[in-house]
Design a protein around this ligand. Structure first.
Ligand code: KG4
Ligand code: ZN
Length: 325
């Protein structure tokens, strides 16, 4: 079967064609990062308008690269939650119009489930049950995924998301947007133990990143630390928090496989810290960098994984900015 995946939840317009027998046939992403960089963060209205401009050309390119015609498509999967509501509406409207025109079903896909399932695309041996940590600009959530593909929320941030804290700390250090890659680069020349920073809510499952962000700001204002040391110490504390809580929950729930996904999972230091924490028999899986950030592949794949549930959009189907729990 051929699935078209459409992703427009934030500042990336992305689309992919997935053949359930052959894998991903084509994929294209139009990033708006350069545009939003001018504003120091994502401007929702600007994001929506750019999705409108990009969807049609991406669709043409995806079909041409996959050497298929529109009538070859069997199902459309589209992100409908969570994300920027205007941006989601653009993708959902496009998908529903296309599905209606082609007379094929359109499936609403949860963005977070798709980020998690992305790990299965490149690790064929990986199948649920597993524990999944999703770390992105908007979310820091841990889900327990059972063998029947049910997602149970186990822990989440009570304030800032991990990616948001990278972006805010980067802003304090004048590193631009998105901040994660800039912090990682600068941290390479700094010492992770140079600045004493708190590891918040150590004993609890839930995360908190806003205190860490404030602690970095207070340390910066003291004027005695270099930006490199601040970046490295922040990154180390963030990584240790993520690993400590995720692996503790995995061991408690007896999950030997752990998936770490979302934009922040591109961070090499965080990957290394997770790998070093594994005991015998434990495995941590990361999607490749391209599949950690927003992409159409994961939406098409998630649609294919949930297809047997036959939950399709009606014409009234819509998008939601928050994560249904
Ligand atoms: O998953 P994603 O592409 O978009 C959503 O938020 O859904 O994640 C974007 C986030 C941004 O906050 C960005 O700063 C962060 O991922 N990020 C990183 C790195 N690359 C991207 N954070 C830390 N280190 C990185 N190398
Ligand atoms: Zn995302």
């Amino acid at each position: 079967m051929l699935f078209l995946g459409i992703e427009t939840s934030c500042d990336e317009t992305s689309m992919a064609v997935l053949d359930t027998a052959e894998g991903v046939l084509s994929t294209h992403t139009a990033s708006q990062a350069d545009i939003h960089n001018l504003f120091g963060g994502v401007v929702p209205e600007v994001a929506s308008r750019n999705h409108i401009l990009k969807l049609e050309p991406l669709y043409e390119k995806c079909l041409a690269d996959a050497s298929i015609r529109p009538s070859d498509l069997d199902v459309i999967g589209v992100t409908n939650a969570p994300g920027l509501i205007g941006a989601l509406f653009v993708g959902v409207g496009f998908a529903k119009g296309l599905g209606y025109g082609l007379k094929i079903p359109v499936m609403p896909v949860n963005h977070l489930s798709a980020h998690i399932l992305a790990a299965e695309l490149e690790h064929k041996e990986l199948k649920p049950p597993y524990l999944a940590l999703i770390i992105s600009g908007g979310h820091t959530h841990i889900y327990d995924v059972d063998a029947a593909l049910n997602f149970r929320l186990v822990a989440k941030t009570v304030d800032d998301a991990a990616g948001e804290s990278f972006d805010k700390v980067a802003k304090m250090l004048d590193l631009g947007y998105p901040g994660g890659p800039a912090i990682e680069k600068l941290a390479k020349s700094g010492r992770g133990d140079a600045v004493p920073l708190p590891l918040a809510m150590k004993k609890e499952d839930n995360f908190s990143f806003s205190g860490l962000k404030t602690a970095v700001l207070n340390s910066l204002n003291k004027g005695i630390y270099t930006k490199e040391d601040l970046a490295a110490s922040f990154q180390r504390t963030a990584a240790e928090t993520l690993v400590l809580k995720t692996m503790r929950i995995a061991r408690r729930l007896k999950r030997h496989n752990v998936v770490v996904s979302g934009g922040v999972a591109c961070n090499g230091y965080i990957r290394e810290t997770f790998r070093n924490s594994c005991k015998k028999g434990e495995h941590v899986y990361f999607p490749s960098f391209r599949l950690c950030t927003d992409n159409g592949d994961m939406i098409a794949y998630a649609a294919s994984r949930f297809y047997s549930r036959r939950r399709f959009f009606s014409l009234e189907g819509t998008a939601y900015d928050t994560q249904p729990e």
